[in-house]
Design a protein around this ligand. Structure first.
Ligand code: SAH
Ligand code: SF4
Length: 357
């Protein structure tokens, strides 16, 4: 009898899968084939592996889990953004968003925003995910599964559909689920899987300083975004409680070390909140980032019920951007995507929880 632990096939890289297939009594070359079916074609069940005989499929079925995420809800925004609520095998729900779809002039770029945890322990004041607390980490297979299952669903209407970019900006703090996120990135990068370039994937963090340094050593290719939001510790303490553990001085030192090691530009995200998006705040950010290889991405806050936070006016956003530009810092304002479908992270799951109460 086989006493091996039954693993999730989506968690395994090619060599692990090859070894696992051998242990299940399949020829070694099957490992590569199974990897391609699972990671490239995003199959939903073992029956779909057409070039593998029924006997071997049976062994796979018995020895490995293949557990696609189940679509609970999908919403399409007027701008083409699609938001998905998926259910994991244990019943937990998670969100992910497909951006840039349906823009005919931009058909070659499809970005998926993926979740890395169910809930989040950081508890930022403006974030729907943070309001509900942390429940559990996602496995590598559940993280990359969001890309696979969106691909599978989209290919039903567009057989050539391919995700090209990934941002780890959904529910959860990626650097507090570090190993699983790095494994998911490795698998998504495999040319025999999704083949997504390292530089087309971006991790966003609320500021886990030691992990920023570790990332520079473990994967200097993947993009990094830091949720800065404010250049003052007092404000940042209120917005991102994590700041009490890793205050701005420590965070910026980690960012400088990151840039020294990788020579990569960091994107600093700033959520603009009504009443706080002042010229003084912009200048403080400018001074803080002086000398740092940086790009600033301004995000007018997406109002979440219960947070009491509203968006500043378009004029305030523009002035904030101009002030940074005048200090020599490259700035972009995040296009508002999917605001009509509650696209801010955690909003859809929260809505479902409220409906079920
Ligand atoms: N936990 C990571 C990544 C997920 S959040 C992080 O905090 O960076 C991704 C981005 O969305 C972060 O910059 C976060 O600050 C921002 N965000 C969260 N809720 C938001 C909201 N309601 N409006 C605007 N931005 C929000
Ligand atoms: Fe967590 Fe990011 Fe939301 Fe903060 S903004 S609570 S770190 S998911």
């Amino acid at each position: 009898m086989n006493t091996m632990k039954r693993m999730d096939c989506r968690d395994l890289n090619q060599s692990e899968l090859t070894q696992h297939c051998a242990e299940l009594g399949l020829p070694k070359f099957r490992g590569r084939q199974v990897f391609q079916w699972v990671q490239q074609k995003a199959v939903q069940n073992w029956e779909e592996l057409r070039n593998i005989g029924a006997g071997d499929r049976q062994k796979l079925q018995e020895g490995l889990f293949l557990q696609p995420l189940r679509k609970v809800k999908a919403q399409i925004s007027q701008d083409g953004t699609r938001k998905f609520l998926f259910r994991c095998a244990d019943g937990e729900t998670l969100e992910c968003v497909l951006m840039d779809y349906d823009r005919r002039k931009n058909r070659d770029r499809h970005t998926v925003c993926v979740s890395t945890q169910i809930g989040c322990a950081v508890g930022c004041a403006f974030c729907a995910t943070g309001l509900g607390g942390w429940r559990r980490n996602l496995s590598p297979g559940e993280i990359l599964g969001q890309v696979l299952d969106i691909t599978y669903l989209m290919r039903q209407e567009d057989p050539d559909f391919q995700v090209t970019n990934i941002v780890f900006m959904g529910m959860g703090e990626p650097l507090l689920n570090y190993e699983a996120v790095l494994k998911a990135i490795e698998l998504l990068n495999d040319p025999e899987g999704q083949g997504i370039g390292m530089r087309r994937m971006t991790i966003s963090t609320s500021g886990v300083a030691p992990k920023i340094r570790q990332l520079a050593k473990d994967n200097p290719q993947v993009g990094l975004a830091v949720s800065l939001h404010s250049a003052h510790n007092t404000t940042r303490d209120q917005l991102i409680p994590m700041n009490r553990k890793y205050p701005l001085e420590e965070l910026m030192e980690a960012c400088r070390d990151y840039t020294t090691l990788t020579n990569r530009r960091i994107t600093f995200e700033i959520a603009l909140i009504s009443g706080q998006a002042t010229l003084e705040a912009a200048q403080a950010v400018g001074h803080l980032l002086k000398g740092q290889l940086a790009h600033v991405n301004l995000i007018p806050v997406n109002p979440v019920a219960g947070t009491g936070m509203a968006r500043p006016t378009a004029k305030e956003v523009q002035q904030f951007a101009q002030s940074l530009e005048s200090m020599g810092i490259p700035v972009s304002v995040r296009e508002e995507k999917g605001t009509d479908i509650d696209a801010a992270c955690g909003q859809l799951r929260r809505q479902l929880e409220c409906e079920q109460k």
